[in-house]
Write a protein that binds this ligand. Structure first.
Ligand code: CA
Length: 217
């Protein structure tokens, strides 16, 4: 899953991006509203963490413009704590609200909840045949046995699993698994898929040549 963090306090921006990457997300960053708006409009992020008070274009105005054509889930981060501020943020299209200073584990839980809702999954557990994927602990079990996956293998399996039974194009994989820091050769996707097949069974993931992949349900 790929996130955008828009935050002008550079220390907070960097520590948030690092924490989110350690939690397995691909993360793009912007330190002002103009850049944030450009990236938010250009890419299909799984969620956006958006600071309210930003230079050049504030978070609420960014959100208002973004909502003209994008439904990307947005978690608004702000020091503003009055009821009227919360109402204004939610009315402009924010999906959730977190007041600074916040606890990292709460932020991670809210991001998971946003993505879960937007992908139509009510729970953190996805079960496909003998395979169980826990989106909160990011662990995978196959017939009750824990399966060791690399962060990238997990990210790819999670993306295929939340769209189980549907075609996931290579473009979608690039847009949701890798971030602006990655300079990844295209054949790596095939390598990750081949590792997943070795670990979870050959029939789980079907290749549609020239189109992408489907996780069979
Ligand atoms: Ca700010």
């Amino acid at each position: 899953m790929r996130l955008l963090v828009v935050e002008d306090e550079v220390d907070l921006l960097e520590s948030l991006a690092q924490a989110l990457r350690e939690d397995g997300y691909a993360v793009d960053t912007a330190d002002n509203g103009d850049d944030g708006y450009f990236k938010a409009k250009t890419w299909d992020y799984d969620a956006i963490l958006l600071d309210w008070m930003l230079p050049r274009l504030n978070g609420i105005e960014l959100l208002r413009r973004l909502r003209r054509d994008k439904k990307t889930p947005v978690l608004l981060l702000t020091a503003k704590d009055s009821v009227s501020d919360r109402v204004a943020g939610l009315d402009q299209g924010a999906d959730d609200f977190l007041v600074k200073p916040f606890n990292l584990s709460e932020l991670l839980a809210r991001v998971r909840a946003l993505i879960r809702r937007s992908t139509g999954n009510a729970s953190n557990l996805i079960v496909i045949g003998s395979i169980e994927i826990d989106l909160a602990s990011k662990t995978v079990m196959e017939s009750g046995n824990a399966i060791e996956l690399t962060a990238r293998e997990y990210a790819m399996l999670e993306l295929l699993a939340v769209h189980a039974g549907k075609l996931v194009s290579r473009t979608m994989i690039y847009n949701h698994i890798f971030d602006e820091q990655d300079d990844t050769l295209s054949n790596l996707v095939d390598v990750h898929i081949s590792h997943l097949r070795k670990k979870l069974g050959r029939d789980l993931i079907e290749t549609r040549r020239g189109q992408g992949y489907i996780l069979n349900v």
